[in-house]
Design a protein around this ligand. Structure first.
Ligand code: NAD
Length: 248
């Protein structure tokens, strides 16, 4: 699949890897609907992306745990650009040291990192079918494969995303919809800045090292372009730039 002229839904696109991806997609001629709870960063990003009076990107305030908000991203893509071709379920939150303090933040982590991915995929399938096919890409994490004690729920959600993605491999044959995931190791973002404050996390990040954001973006692009990938998860680590770690 080529990227030019494709209509893309991207959650968690105001910062971090999502923002880098939005820049790359627009530079290749895609139109991107960015859904995020960070209004300020989202507005700044679309000002940057919409130069010369051309609408390349739209920002919509979207809390992915609110399924009406998620639906609105798809409605906007349909009404503004005539449909949806690619869906990135990328919004994610981390760190739950609080888990051991008996708070309920773990429920929020499951809602953002897993339930919203499932709902985004369900909506994605509905809209991509109208287009005769397309691609859905879920952001997992290497913590799906190397779970760590300081983030048991985060690891659980990411492992579930890998399994969920794998379960949908047959959609390639039935509906020309390819669902895949990317599992990056640590890369620099607001999320990691926050986590680095934790001693355990800092040590783990030091052990694994940080991967360049460009390598993570390259894995996302590989999934869009490689028509054979379906139900697969691509790992991005300091050891390998892009490797199929979970083959469907
Ligand atoms: P980030 O914090 O820079 O970006 C995450 C974005 O998601 C932010 O813009 C944030 O506002 C948004 N967001 C958070 N909760 C939301 C909600 N309820 N609704 C909508 N948007 C919401 O972090 P990042 O590192 O770029 O994370 C992006 C994805 O990459 C996440 O799924 C994360 O789990 C995953 N990931 C990150 C790393 C890493 O080392 N940074 C490694 C592996 C996987």
């Amino acid at each position: 699949m080529q990227i030019k002229d494709k209509v893309v839904i991207l959650t968690g696109g105001a910062n971090g890897i999502g923002a880098a991806l939005a820049r790359r997609l627009v530079s290749e001629g895609a139109r991107v609907i960015i859904g995020d709870i960070d209004r300020k960063a989202g507005q700044e990003l679309i000002t940057e992306l919409n130069q010369n009076n051309k609408v390349n990107a739209i920002f919509i305030f979207c809390d992915v745990t609110n399924f009406d908000h998620l639906s609105q991203l798809f409605d906007t893509a349909q009404n503004t650009f005539g449909g949806v071709d690619i869906v990135f379920n990328n919004a994610g939150i981390g760190q739950e040291n609080e888990f051991y303090d008996q708070t309920n933040r773990w429920i929020k982590i499951i809602d953002v990192n897993l339930n919203a991915v499932i709902k985004g995929t369900q909506l994605g399938i509905q809209y991509l079918k109208k287009r005769g096919g397309g691609v859905i890409i879920n952001t997992a994490s290497m913590s799906a494969f190397y779970p760590v004690s300081y983030s048991p729920i985060y690891s659980t959600t990411k492992r579930a995303v890998v399994g969920f993605t794998q379960s949908l491999r047959d959609l390639k044959d039935t509906d020309k919809i390819r669902v895949n995931a990317v599992a990056p190791s640590y890369f620099e973002s607001n999320l990691t800045q926050e986590l680095l404050k934790s001693k355990e996390y800092g040590q783990a990040a030091k052990n694994f090292g940080f991967v360049p954001i460009d390598d993570v973006i390259a894995a996302f692009i590989r999934i869009i372009q490689d028509d054979k990938l379906a139900g697969d998860t691509i790992a991005v680590t300091t050891r390998y730039k892009s490797k199929i770690i979970s083959k469907s």
